[in-house]
Ligand binder design. Structure first.
Ligand SMILES: C[S@@+](CC[C@H](N)C(=O)[O-])C[C@H]1O[C@@H](n2cnc3c(N)ncnc32)[C@H](O)[C@@H]1O
Length: 281
């Protein structure tokens, strides 16, 4: 058990998240697909827990120039959607790291069902203290997860440590675009378990301090504002299922937290970006 209460809160949040391996398998069954017939092509419509689905992974793959020979680390891999998609599309080997045991178990089960266990595996662990040797990976990716992690300089140092010289770190994250009022930061932690939200300038400094050179920053703020409005509507459309599974109080609490989050995008307080950096030799 991790001693930091902020990390424990993240684990609890994902243990009771409305999107789970169980919910993915129910959605697949509702499409009339038998368990034995599950493939990556089927799963990829349901298992991506970031903004923009597989199109966003395609963009990240293009930015990262992922090849079959890459040894990829997916930091905060969730239910393993991007990890499986990368291995399936590019033939590379992918290791997913996630703090939440139920996510690691769900990701492992889905990967076995998709027949990708020879190339994709999942490890339970903290991104602030990764259970990997130095210089182990040629590419590290992450999507919409770093905002959950406190002590970003240490997170970035850990990513740099496990990358080989010349290795790339390509990630997307929730960012603030100036200042984030303390009251909003508190509500974001209470509702969404975002422990620390940085800006592009913060990341540029943290990356440089860890021996990485920033090569590209793509501003995704407008795109995410639209996507988040849609995701919130989708969450509301799952009301009956969520209330049945987790109770009305849980549904309403998350609904209000999401409305606040989307509002911060609409007023330009929050945004998002894709960042590509390379570890200097
Ligand atoms: C929004 S999900 C993203 C999942 C995945 N990247 C995707 O796109 O489908 C965020 C994930 O980050 C994980 N996470 C949060 N803090 C972490 C930490 N300190 N170390 C490892 N994983 C963490 C959570 O358990 C959760 O599964």
């Amino acid at each position: 058990m991790n001693a930091d209460p902020r990390l424990q809160a993240v684990v609890h949040f994902y243990d009771f998240h409305p999107i789970s391996a169980q919910q993915i398998l129910a959605a697949v069954a509702a499409r009339g697909v038998e368990r034995a017939d599950i493939t990556e092509e089927v799963l990829q419509h349901h298992d991506q827990d970031h903004y923009g689905g597989t199109a966003a992974v395609d963009r990240l793959m293009a930015e990262a120039a992922v090849g079959a020979g890459d040894e990829v680390l997916d930091v905060c891999s969730g239910m393993g959607g991007p990890a499986r998609y990368l291995a399936w599309k590019r033939g590379c080997r992918v290791t997913g790291l996630d703090l939440t045991r139920s996510r690691v178990q769900g990701a492992t089960e889905l990967t076995e069902l998709a027949g990708l266990s020879d190339r994709v595996r999942f490890v339970e662990g903290n991104a602030l203290d990764m259970p990997f040797a130095a210089d182990r990976f040629s590419l590290a990716i992450a999507q919409e997860a770093f905002a959950h992690i406190p002590d970003k300089p240490r997170l970035v140092r850990e990513c740099a440590r496990v990358l080989r010289p010349g290795g790339r770190l390509v990630f997307t994250d929730i960012l603030h675009r100036g200042t984030l009022p303390a009251a909003d930061a508190k509500r974001l932690f209470d509702g969404m378990r975002f422990s620390e939200i940085g800006s592009v300038d913060d990341y540029t400094r943290w990356l440089q301090d860890s021996g990485l050179r920033v090569e590209a920053v793509l501003d995704l703020s407008e795109e995410w504002t639209r996507i988040l409005r849609e995701r919130h509507a989708m969450y509301r459309s799952l009301q009956a299922q969520t209330v049945q599974r987790l109770g009305r109080e849980h549904f309403e609490r998350y609904d209000q937290a999401y409305a606040h989050f989307v509002g911060l995008y609409q007023t330009g307080v929050l945004g998002g970006a894709l960042v590509r950096a390379v570890k200097l030799a």
